[in-house]
Write a protein that binds this ligand. Structure first.
Ligand code: PLP
Length: 455
């Protein structure tokens, strides 16, 4: 199935990016935008998107393996979702949902509770993922009366003061903020490839990360009664598609219960199918106290976020001010309702599992064939490939990753290289054969990058 006109294949590169038109616009953009925005941009300018494909102004077609930072689950401008959003825009324009509820708010909240883990029975509204995490932080502190929140090295939660300080993907994200937004303390994300600890200790929690929290963090640094809880991405998204070992979850839940800490799952990126389940916590049967949603919730059409909470945590006070003017704009509610309905009536999760299998077939053996590939991680449509200069030291080969990225663009592969691994996150509706072709081209890009680095 190709959504691209003239039966053009995906990808289809006619002129090596940046083509002349893209280059002209990129050069002008460099002179007018804040430089921090332009330095991370892909080397082409979009003209149109077709489901899982992107066309640039020079007529190139790319396979989209970024999905707008994992916010477009069902292909770009999904027709039914777009139609519902447009209809709601015509009916309501904007309304501030803190002042006047439109008739779409309640059905959306009910649908979220219907599909969420059973522990979650209350909903608060937000504009996007960042605002959802901000709200969760406030709720955790308000409910417990405690200030410290445990976050994880490698995790990303947004760019606002609090969310950038809760996150610790790269030090540059919280630069200038860390010392003025205290109250967050970090431990290594449970990553079996880069675990700084030995195996779990005898008579410990059964998991080395949680042993570390018990034996080091709580013993040396923070008293457990000062900690409000833990905020965690159930699968590390931007930080490299890392899935914690199964031993982690029961040990984490135990330590939270023992100290009355709240467990908040940041499912902004994992939520709505990307991991192969509607929510990633379902893989381990975890029932969090709070869950943050964003990105995919808007069906790739409108911005929207939400915080879901247990009755105990979110039903017991009303004095925390949350959200903003455009949170749960009626058109965003309409898009989100339709997005959930698409998941309920179409075999989206089945396609995620097919893409996962294709990813495993094409990517899992890369470390056997290329010395420079240190680790490949796959869970649903979260796939990360990490390059290392040396297998034993695991020193990251970020220059090589940049060259792979360039080679990918030349072949029409648009993947996410913004972090310490090359992340592949196709739209969940990508046809398997198109994705397989994309993986072949990704491997060709590794070969080309290897030849250029050897000489
Ligand atoms: C896990 C996670 N939480 C929160 C956010 C912030 O969401 P947004 O940028 O849509 O506000 C992101 C964005 O990438 C994310 O990946």
């Amino acid at each position: 199935m190709s959504l691209v006109p003239d039966k053009r294949p995906v990808p289809d590169i006619r002129v090596s990016p940046p083509g002349p038109l893209s280059r002209k616009i990129l050069n002008k953009q460099n002179k007018i935008f804040y430089p921090g925005l332009t330095h991370g941009l892909a080397p082409f300018i979009i003209k149109r998107k077709y489901g899982f494909a992107v066309e640039d102004v020079d007529g190139n077609i790319y396979l989209d393996l970024v999905s707008a930072s994992g916010s477009v689950p069902l292909g770009s401008a999904h027709p039914e979702i777009t139609a519902k959003a447009v209809e709601a825009l015509r009916l309501y324009g904007n309304e501030d949902s803190h002042a006047l509820a439109c008739e779409l708010m309640l059905p959306l909240a009910e649908k979220l509770i219907e599909i969420a883990p059973k522990s979650l029975t209350r909903v608060d509204i937000s504009l996007n993922g960042t605002e959802a995490v901000e709200t969760a932080i406030r709720f955790m502190r308000r409910f417990t009366g405690r200030s410290v929140i445990i976050g994880f090295f490698g995790s990303y939660h947004g760019e606002s003061g609090a969310t950038a300080s809760l996150g610790a993907e790269e030090a540059s994200i919280s630069k200038g903020l860390r010392s003025i937004t205290p109250g967050f303390i970090h431990v290594p994300y449970p990553n079996s490839y880069r675990c700084p600890f030995g195996p779990p200790r005898a008579r410990g929690s059964g998991d080395s990360t949680v042993d570390y929290i018990r034996d080091y963090l709580l013993f040396h640094a923070v008293h457990p009664s000062e900690i409000a809880g833990v905020i965690i991405e159930p699968i590390l998204g931007a930080g490299g598609c890392v899935t914690p070992p199964d031993s982690f979850w029961p040990a984490l839940v135990d330590i939270c219960n023992e100290h009355d800490w709240l467990l908040c799952a940041d499912e902004v990126k994992t939520g709505f199918g990307r991991s192969g389940k509607m929510f990633a916590v379902e893989h381990w049967g975890v029932e969090p106290d709070l869950m943050c949603l964003g990105k995919n919730l808007g069906g790739g059409v409108m911005p929207i976020g939400a915080v879901l909470g247990s009755e105990k945590v979110m039903g017991s006070f009303d004095d925390v001010s949350t959200g903003s003017t455009w949170s749960w704009l009626p058109a965003a509610c309409a898009a989100a309702i339709e997005c959930i309905e698409v998941f309920q009536r179409e075999p989206i999760l089945q396609n995620v599992l097919k893409l996962e299998q294709a990813g495993k077939r094409g990517l899992s053996s890369l470390p056997e064939r290329y010395e420079i590939v240190g680790d490949v991680r796959i869970k649903g449509c979260f796939m990360g490939v990490e390059f290392v200069k040396d297998r034993r030291s695991k020193e990251r080969a970020l220059d090589f990753q940049e060259e792979v990225t360039r080679q990918c663009f030349r072949r029409g592969i648009f993947g996410d290289s913004s972090s310490s691994s090359y992340n592949i996150q196709p739209s969940l509706i990508t046809p398997v054969e198109v994705f397989q072709r994309g993986i072949q081209l990704f491997e060709e890009a590794i070969q080309a990058a290897s030849s250029s680095s050897t000489g």
